[in-house]
Structure formats: C-alpha cells, structure tokens
Design a protein around this ligand. Sequence first.
Ligand SMILES: Nc1ncnc2c1ncn2[C@@H]1O[C@H](COP(=O)(O)OP(=O)(O)OP(=O)(O)O)[C@@H](O)[C@H]1O
Ligand SMILES: [Mg+2]
Length: 475
Amino acid sequence: MQGDIEIYQARIQELEQANRTLEKKLERVKAELVELESTNEKTQSLLHKAVEEAKEREKQLKLYKYALDSTADAVAIADMSGKQIYQNSTFSKLLDCPTNDDFDKCGGIPAFFVNNADFQKVIQQVTLRACAYEVELKSLTGRQFPALLRSGAVFDADDNAIAMMGVILDISERKQVEQTLRDYAEKLEETLKQLQSTQAQMLQAEKMSSLGQLVAGIAHEINNPVNFIHGNITYINEYTQQLLELIQLYQDEFLNQPQVIADKMEEIDLNFIRQDLPKLFSSMQVGTKRIREIIKSLRLFSRLDEADIKTINIHEGIDSTLMILQNRLKEKPKRIAIEVVKDYGDIPHIECYAGQLNQVFMNILVNAIDTLEEGIRNGQVKAPVITIRTSVINTWGVKITIADNGCGIPEEIKQRIFDPFFTTKPVGKGTGMGMSISYQIITDKHHGKLECFSVLGQGTEFCIQIPIQQIVDLT
Ligand SMILES: Nc1ncnc2c1ncn2[C@@H]1O[C@H](COP(=O)(O)OP(=O)(O)OP(=O)(O)O)[C@@H](O)[C@H]1O
Ligand SMILES: [Mg+2]
C-alpha cells in the first residue's frame, strides 16, 4: 500500500512537472502568437500600402498614356530586336498602323523609311546618343511625308540598352511654309535688285540727261559764232592778201613815196606784217577747226537728238568720248600722259542707242583712267596705256575691248563690280553705278554681253559684244 502511495505521489509529481512544462510551452506559444499577430498587422499594412501605390502608379500611367496620346508627336518604343512595345495613338494615325501587331507584321521599323540609308543611319546612332534627323517616312498605306525623327535608347541599371524610342513629328506643313517663305524671300530679293537697278538707272539717266542737255546746249551756242569766224577767215585772208597786193602795187608805181607814208611803213613794219599775216590766218584756221572738232565731239557724245535707236559708226562714239576725256589723259604737272592705243577694225555701222553706248565707253574709260592714276601714284604703273580694239564677230555683231595696264581687280571684288552701288573708291569719288548701268545698257538694252577680265597687278580688260542689228523692239 505504502508502495502504491509512493508510486502515485511520484506520478503526481511527474504530471505536475509535465503540466509546468506545458504551461511554459503555452506561454511561449502565446508570446509567439502575439508576435505573429504583430507581424501579420505589419504585413497587412505593407500589403495595403503596396496596393495603394500600385493604384497610384496605374493612375499615373493612365495620365502618361493620355498625355502621350494627346501629343502631336508620334511616339513608339521597341525592344532591341525591333519588336514594338508601345505606340501612342498619334503614331497609329500618322503611320496608318492601328496596333503593335500591325507594326510587327509589316516588317517593323525599316518598313516606315522611304530611304534605307536613313534607316541605317538612325539605327547605327540609336544606342550611341539621342539624335534628331529630317527623314522621309511612309505610312502603311504608302503615304510619304517629311518628318523630324528624334531617336534614342533606354538603358537599364547596368547600362545595357533595353529599348529604342522614336518620336516622330510630321513636318510637311512646316516644309511647305518654309518653301513658301523661301519663294517669297527670293521674289523680294529679285524685286529689291530690280528696284535698286531701276533707281540707279533713273539717277544715272537723269544725271546724263541734264549733263547731255548742258553739253549739247553749250556746243550749240558755241557752234554758230565759231562757224561764223571759221567761214569768214578765208575771206579775210583773201581780202587782206588783196590789200597787201594793192599796197605793193602802190609801192611799185609810186617810187617816190611821201615821207609820212614811208615813216608809217617803217613804224608798222610792213614787211613783217606781209610775212606774218598768212601764218596768223593759218593758225587761226587751225584753232577754229579744232574748236569745231571739239563741238562735233560734244554733240556726238551727248547725242540728245538720237534718243531712238540709230545706225551709227561706233568709232565716232569712242573718239568723241576720248576727246571729252582729253583733259584727264594728257600730261599733268605731277603725272605723265596716258597713252591711248587705238586698234580699230573694219567694222560695220551698228544699230544702237548712241548716247547710251557712249555712256558705257565713258564709264569704262574713266575707270581705266582712275586705276592708271592710282597705279602711277603707288609706283605700280610706269607707262600707262589704254588699248581700244574693235573687230567683227562672225556676221552677228561687233566686239569692242577696252584694256588698261592698271592695278587689276581682285577676284572677290571682280564678282561685285556690276552690282549697283558697289564701289571701292573713297566717299564722294565713286557712286558705284558706272558698271551696273553699263551692264544694263549692254545686256538689257542692246542684247549684248559685257565681260570683265582682270589680272591683279597687270590690268583689266572690258569686252563689249553687241549685235549689228537689234531684232527686238527696244522701246
Ligand atoms: N579698270 C578697272 N580697274 C580696276 N578696278 C576697276 C576697274 N573698273 C572698275 N573697277 C572696280 O569696280 C568698281 C565699280 O566700278 P563702277 O564704275 O561701277 O563704280 P565707281 O567707278 O566706283 O563709281 P562711279 O559710279 O562714279 O563710276 C570700282 O569702284 C573699282 O573697284
Ligand atoms: Mg566708274
């Protein structure tokens, strides 16, 4: 019995021990449960946050998509193999390619380029840097249009290119506007040039016309009295000779002259008068002849009476111009004379506006004199010469070359000498109109050609070519 009690007591102790162990375990489990609950709460909250964030991101994505769809640019993203990942609605419309599938089915990116070379260029550059090109694209229905294509690649954290992006702007309208603007600008430039040359022509014409009127007026006024003197010199000469003969006759017939007559004869030195009078008359005749020539030149040069087209001898025009310029050609106190070499060919008379053609000769000759004077001043020119040649060109026309051995014209200046108002001369000396007017007179008015050949440091030659007959009505 005693033994049984001990066994029970021992069992009870074991059970109590087991119970304590269980209780401890229970406590641990409870603690773990509390911990789990707290972890669960945290997880729940994290999950909730993640869901919220995902919602927010979706909202943002929708906004981006909306923004991308509303832009005028067509946007497309493809993976590095060229497979389409995304395209906005502008892309679908612009390239007549409704979906990504259509994009891939038609052959992908190259199918949208008109020129394969453009595609190659874009694809080579795409992973190197963001680029913008003007290219010619075509939609899936075959519509071609110029586009501004900006392309670039998207990179991952390790700097590997993971996608390509293209942004396309249809620039057909811009191109059209640009072209229209270019056309306008060209027209404006043309109009401006015309205005400038018309203005130049008007100014020059006015200048020449008033100068011509003045010259012609003076020439006319001098012409009458000079003709009068010139015409009478012959008679005076004749009468004087007769009077001298009469005196001689008196002397021969009346050998015993009264003293008063003999004194007078000695006083006036009759013998000298007898010898000198003919010389005097001949020098007077030379003088009046020269004045008449000058007047003729002035009249020929101004040719106011010949505003219409006339058939004339060009050599007369050149000679009259040279005569007017004589003062600038002859020797001066600090300058040697400019020699003029004339090599006139056997050329026919030509139809032209004589006064205007003389203006051209004048402009070219004055420029030649200017450059020769400059050359003499700076020691470049020792023997100044102007050479004028005329010859026939087939049966078509005549060629007149006027060359100087002056300073020559640098190439960049030579290209501008026919521009209105272009001058290299100091303010007040040159207006820059001479050559531009001459060019118009020769090319527009006479349907000819005016060219300039020049070697720097050696001289310049102007070559005029004009037809013998003017076929078109020049008025
Ligand atoms: N024979 C020449 N030698 C060197 N330069 C020349 C010659 N002829 C013309 N030029 C150059 O061409 C420019 C234009 O000549 P253009 O006759 O049109 O004007 P300009 O002589 O300067 O002035 P203007 O209107 O008074 O004649 C001159 O300023 C000069 O630089
Ligand atoms: Mg000039």
